[in-house]
Design a protein. Structure first.
Lengths: 56, 151
């Protein structure tokens, strides 16, 4: 069935993407900063410089 | 040819976004489309999705599904840009990430970005409809399955 095949392939692609994103978070400090500090900041008035390590 | 252009473009722009995820987060934030809690996850997930889809299209793996997903992704990007234009914001579209600094690429969320997305959607539609599996892993898979069933 072509529809079933498409859904299966799409799920495989999404799964690979999620695994790669998680691996990136585990390996790269930038990924961790993105999640940890990105979640904390809720306003748009923050400058990108504040997200670099060691500033706060 | 279409495979190389489309796959290469998304692979390169995805890598450019992965190299500077904080910048991409701020780009997403500037669109003001999503609740703040989702933005970091999307900033992490979307570049990798572009890389995976671009790589798979280059390799010719799951070609029809990848072109369908990439077409839908481009349609969403285009809708986001149109909404930004309608609300009167003048912001970067963030399409090329770091590359926009290095190369003179048009990176504003304006009508040119909409036209670019329309062209990309057209290329995705062409790939989805084409049966060409020249130098693709899909063909290898079909041959492998055929070989297993006949033996």
């Amino acid at each position: 069935m072509p529809m079933k095949k498409t859904i299966t392939e799409a799920l495989i692609i999404v799964l690979i993407t999620v695994l790669l994103s998680l691996a990136y978070c585990a390996v790269s400090p930038l990924g961790r900063i993105l999640l940890k500090k990105g979640l904390r900041i809720t306003t748009v008035s923050v400058t990108p410089g504040m997200l670099t390590k060691g500033r706060h | 040819m279409v495979r190389i252009v489309l796959g290469g473009l998304f692979l390169v722009s995805g890598i450019a976004k992965i190299l500077d995820p904080i910048r991409f987060l701020f780009t997403l934030r500037a669109f003001r489309l999503l609740p703040g809690i989702f933005e970091p996850f999307l900033a992490l997930f979307l570049p990798w999705l572009e890389v995976v889809l671009g790589l798979f299209i280059l390799l010719g793996l799951f070609l029809r599904t990848c072109s369908l997903m990439l077409g839908c992704l481009n349609f969403l990007f285009m809708m986001a840009i149109v909404s930004v234009m309608l609300r009167g914001f003048e912001i970067d579209c963030g399409c090329f990430g770091l590359l926009a600094d290095v190369l003179p690429l048009p990176d504003m969320a304006d009508y040119r970005a909409v036209v670019r997305n329309l062209v990309l959607i057209g290329m995705c539609a062409y790939l989805y409809r084409s049966k060409g599996t020249f130098l693709s892993l899909d063909r290898l898979l079909i041959n492998w399955r055929g070989g297993r069933e006949s033996s």
